[in-house]
Design a binder for this molecule. Structure first.
Ligand SMILES: [Zn+2]
Length: 67
């Protein structure tokens, strides 16, 4: 069994991906319009569309230092 072949289920290697809709960024660096949050020690990114959609949920779960 080749463990090296299961990289599809591993963490994103280069491109960032929206944690909500799965849209991938063009670069390894998130666009300025994307939102980054840290949950349980993991970085999660939301694209500009999802960030606006989930803004209320995000505000309710994060402390004021988010801004
Ligand atoms: Zn999205």
């Amino acid at each position: 069994m080749d463990e090296e072949t299961r990289h599809l289920t591993g963490p994103a290697d280069e491109r960032l991906m929206c944690a909500s809709c799965g849209r991938s960024a063009d670069d390894a660096t998130a666009p300025a319009t994307w939102v980054c949050s840290v949950e349980s020690g993991r970085h999660q990114y939301l694209c500009d569309v999802c960030a606006r959609t989930h803004l209320r949920a995000i505000e309710g779960r994060l402390d004021s230092d988010w801004w």
